[in-house]
Design a protein around this ligand. Structure first.
Ligand code: AMP
Ligand code: GLY
Length: 423
């Protein structure tokens, strides 16, 4: 079978890497891919939201499976168009993808389905939003309703901060249309957790849990990013927590989507907080996390393509539950100077050191591209993820950090405290 992975980040490199290992697969394509996917699959120069060309390509190559990596592909309706044309797609249709692309849709769904989440209100006028925040002494999270590449959430501690965040979105259009409607939530506290479920619209299997480090600097300082590193399994997360997330979060969400006519096939990602009052759902994503995929997929022992195909076809109940490597995985993202301020990130710098990786380190490329005559150069904010498995989190972390240290390009930086909490 031929498989296409849509996307160009380190998450997609990890997906390609996993697909290549499948016995069901004869060839893997990645659209548009990056400097890493090009080494193990064939990159196809089609952008993630180019619905027409993706469908044409699927027909020409008679693809057996298409895996949607980023939310932009889901939101463009790539899943809808491919399904209408009869293809197996691992990734939801656009309407089901609103669970990620509209935070107000997600919150209302959580209420209807009885999924535990923070108290909230939806606003499009600044005055009532400010008043809601003032009643809570500014202890709120202000969220752009639409897609904002992981950067549309401001967690506030004072009324001034909350007012500034409300105004940035509703008055100054900081996120354009994505921020023309906002969700205000009560501010919660506690360790975070990502649990991803593979679903065919009816059945759901939980993947190994992970913890993502969203702030740009050590000690959880600086602005939110798409994720600077992750590890699996996270401290304090046992089978009971995982079962609770499956039964009170993932399954009710999948059921509610199906009941409202928006069957979801693909990966449903729950971003959760373990608060003193219990598990709360912060957000859903309609795809794998990045960098969660880079630490979850290396622990998956089962054939990913078999799982994804069963989810795409609606036959998840007929295949065995996935099995997991008990070893820990740690991933450290090496980023470009000024990330996550994309306007200030410069690209095109040669990348050195990838040929001298320590044993057992797997490097997944994110923002890289291959330039004839120059070799591999940087091509984005999050350049690579250095991933390692270990018998302990400490061992995995040491190796992943040794890998990150090897990756050299102008302005490279990484967090040195990923997974440190578990040691
Ligand atoms: P989200 O995109 O909704 O997951 O939010 C991004 C990040 O903001 C989360 O990973 C949390 O670190 C933080 N966050 C979101 N909602 C809340 C909340 N209600 N209280 C405290 N922190 C939050
Ligand atoms: N790592 C968070 C995300 O992929 O949304």
């Amino acid at each position: 079978m031929k498989v296409l992975v849509v996307g160009s980040g380190a998450r997609e490199h990890a997906l390609v890497w996993k697909c290549v290992q499948s016995e069901l697969v004869e060839r893997v394509y990645c659209a548009p891919g990056n400097g890493g996917t090009g080494g193990m699959a064939r990159n196809v120069a089609i952008s993630v939201a180019d619905v027409v060309r993706i469908v044409e390509f699927a027909k020409r190559e008679r693809l057996g499976l298409v895996v949607l990596g980023p939310e932009a592909a889901v939101d463009a309706g790539v899943g809808d168009a491919l399904r209408s044309a009869g293809f197996n797609v691992f990734g939801p249709n656009r309407r089901a993808g609103r669970i990620e692309s509209s935070k107000s849709f997600a919150k209302r769904l959580m209420v209807t389905a009885g999924i535990p989440t923070a108290d909230f209100e939806v606003f499009s006028d600044p005055a009532p939003a400010r008043a809601w925040a003032r009643e809570r002494n500014g202890l709120v999270a202000v969220k752009a309703d639409g897609l904002a590449r992981g950067k549309g959430v401001v967690v506030c501690s004072t009324v001034e901060e909350a007012n500034a965040a409300v105004d940035a979105m509703l008055v100054h259009s900081r996120f354009g249309r994505s921020g023309a409607t906002i969700v205000l939530e009560e501010k919660l506290a506690g360790p975070e957790l990502s649990v991803l479920g593979i679903t065919d619209g009816t059945d759901v299997v939980a993947l190994a849990p992970a913890r993502d480090f969203k702030r740009v600097h050590d000690g959880d300082r600086g602005p939110n990013t798409g994720g600077m590193g992750a590890y699996s399994p996270p401290l304090g997360v046992d089978g009971a927590v995982l079962d609770e997330v499956l039964n009170t979060v993932l399954k009710p969400a999948v059921r509610e989507l199906a009941a409202s006519g928006d069957e979801f096939r693909g990966v449903l990602y729950a971003g959760l907080m373990l608060t003193p009052k219990g598990i709360r759902t912060l957000e859903f994503n309609a795809r794998f996390g990045d960098p969660e995929a880079q630490v979850v997929l290396p622990r998956l022992e089962s054939d990913f393509v078999a799982l994804a195909l069963a989810a795409a076809k609606g036959t998840l109940a007929s295949i065995p539950e996935p099995t997991w490597n008990p070893r820990a995985a740690v991933g450290v993202v090496v980023a470009s100077a000024n990330y996550p301020d994309d306007a200030l990130v410069k690209t095109g710098f040669p990348i050195r050191g990838l040929a001298e990786m320590p044993r057992g380190v797997q490097v997944f490329h994110g923002g890289t591209r291959f330039e004839p005559g120059r070799g591999l150069v940087t091509d984005g904010g999050r350049v690579v993820t250095s991933v390692a498995l270990g018998d302990t989190v400490a061992e995995a972390r040491e190796k992943a950090l040794a890998g990150a240290r090897q990756v050299r390009f102008q302005g490279a930086f990484y967090r040195s405290d990923i997974a440190l909490e578990a040691i």
